[in-house]
Ligand binder design. Sequence first.
Ligand SMILES: [Zn+2]
Length: 452
Amino acid sequence: MASPTETPPFLRLPDELVIAITTAGQENHCLPDYSDWESRPKRLEAELTLSHICRRFRDTVSGACILWARVEIDFTRQGSIQLSQLYLQRSATCKIWVIMRTGHYVETQSIAHLVPHIARISRLYIAFKTYRALRALFRPFQDVATPYLEHLRIEDIGGEVPTPIDLPSQIGTQFRSLELKRCALRALPPWTAATTHLKLKSGSCLDSDDEAEIFRSVTTRLPSLTHLYIQLQDDRYTFDSGIGITLKFLTHLHLEFEDSDTPALLSTLARFDTPCLTHFNITGAHGDQIALLFNARQHQRSAGLTFPALTSLAFTHPTECNCDGFESQYARYQSISSPPRQLFPALSSLALINECFTAKLLSDLLGPHSAPWPSLRTVIVHPQEEHTENVYTALQNIVRWKRTRQETLPTFRLSSNLFGREFWEENGVLVELLGADEIIRAFGSVVWAYDG
Ligand SMILES: [Zn+2]
């Protein structure tokens, strides 16, 4: 046992370990989410906590500039500006992330301390309450170049009518990723041309013909775009004007239909031309819309639709809609006549997560009346709770059918309530457990955060 005068082992840790522990304590704070800002508890900053333990820890932690490179300024919180000064000073010459949240007003002098450090910013997140406050924040950026800025996220938390934003005009060549939340998309300045990642959430585009035309014209000026996330709000909008959107080099697309009973999935997709798309996530579409999409080539308006490079297709639904529990909804489902091999000639992975009509979809695509679909190697299934037994029965029938025909079974990655059944083992079927982290990733919140 250590004597009262002896230094406890924890305090004898080498400097490198102290820094490693501090870094580990920061890991969950990488990407702020402003949606829960009001209710979230005050962050427990590992760098501040550890630097208060003893003098040696303070010297070690405060001397490691990288630990202070995430600078947060909440203009509505007392003491936040003073604390950000400490971070700016201790981050020394490191590149920094700057996260700012405004009230209704921002005084120009309250960001004077940030101006000498603007050139070090690599990521900039702004949550603003009023456009007046946003303009005040951007003012110094009009005069100082940001050669390292690679990611810009702007979010309206004030609920104003979306208004065009004047983005700063001097951004360096490192810029790659733009996120707009509840902001109107308008013409982008030339420095955005190298953007590879674009994320538009809540009322940003495609909700009317005018918005679709703006979106089309903006994307034609983003020739390097590879990743796109769009949240669509208005389910009645069906692109009747025929505005086509060509994204030549897009590899990853995530469409999210928000609060929608009948998303216009097929008519929306029929407007996209994405010859290089390999990964496609769709959130919020119902099973009957998925069936309609899989039958797309039977319909005159979408007969030419194809995703020639698509290998991974995931459908996720955020709530238990239970459409297949209602007779009226059931009538909406039109059976899939054959696997959509022309629509998705390269598809190897299909995910149905929390989707209604999952049992019907699986039976139509892989069951006793279906044609073979040999390219499909992985099927990921997480059914709605209510329909677990129906889906289990459908999967059993598929396995028996494929066995009878001596066809190769795809690998099934199943949710825990399906995975644990004896049937798989008794019949020598290889199944894998679908991890919770994989489900979260499929919804896109992590996958689509810019991490380049
Ligand atoms: Zn549904």
